[in-house]
Design a protein around this ligand. Sequence first.
Ligand code: ADP
Ligand code: F6P
Length: 321
Amino acid sequence: MKRIAVLTSGGDCPGMNAAIRSVVRTALSKGIEVYGIEQGYKGLIEGEFRKLESKDVANIIQKGGTFLRSARSERFKTEEGQKEAVKNLEKYNIDGLVVIGGDGSLRGATVLCGKYGVNVIGIPGSIDNDIYGTDMSIGVDTALNTIVRCIDSINDTASSHDRTFLIEVMGRNCGYLALMSAIAGGAEAVLIPEVPFNIEKIIEKIKKRYEEGKTRSIVIVAEGVGSAYDFGKVFGMIGGFETRITVLGHLQRGGSPTVFDRTLATRMGTFAVETLLDGTGCGKMVALQKTKMELVELNDVLNKKKELDPKLLEIAEILSN
Ligand code: ADP
Ligand code: F6P
């Protein structure tokens, strides 16, 4: 291998820059040229390639987002778009491609590899932590820290007014962010798609807490179960609580990456290049498993479902009582 390329695709996340930096500098240290592809698969189709040197990735490790920018490309889902993308990889003599992104982006990587024989390796980057095979994806820790800072702030004002707050967090169909932020933020309840819940029971529990002298209640709502505004109406009507809603939205996706995310992204970037070069990484995704860097088949990543740890569910229930 003489020349590799790197792209970021799908929803951005804090730590993507750290991963790109690591890919670029590791490759350069081994005498490999690196091209950055702008705006994910969109740029791959449109030929937005630029050569990256060490100085191009200076001063980005601390920045959220992705300096290569990201995109969602419907065209890449078509055979016409994919052929165009492969043509560009050939035109630039790219021997290996590093795809940093969420499950959709990794699906795209699998197509490039399985259907067109491109040497691809994936790096899991998504705040949702819904990617099978890795304990943590890049961006999750930063998003959680952001969410918990918001919960703490809301706690202050909620306590002053004896209010019940419903805080909606991201995660698409996965309840990981909601569950972990509920545990770390000391919430009274958490609504996630993976576990059935009974609103009446939760309302009873919150009422009891108020009677016992609690001065506020926090309920974390995973976006995958529906709108916090809708649930808020039910809590207000049935429970009679003074209810307020906060939808955290995209602020969860931004901000300077935590030390955990910077180091995870850096380790993953280095491992991706090393295993792409020795041939073991092609068609695989880099994963964090029990503190170690491992490789997982992209086909497994896409066909198997990441489960929430039942112990965490139990802990959330016990500690909210
Ligand atoms: P994320 O990577 O954050 O999960 P998306 O699900 O939007 O984000 O996927 C990002 C991009 O990956 C899509 O816009 C598309 O270009 C590509 N992609 C997703 N699914 C497929 C697929 N089945 N085949 C080819 N490309 C896909
Ligand atoms: O996958 C990351 C994520 O932030 C999800 O948590 C959320 O549902 C979605 O992307 C939002 O997508 P968009 O940025 O296109 O609104």
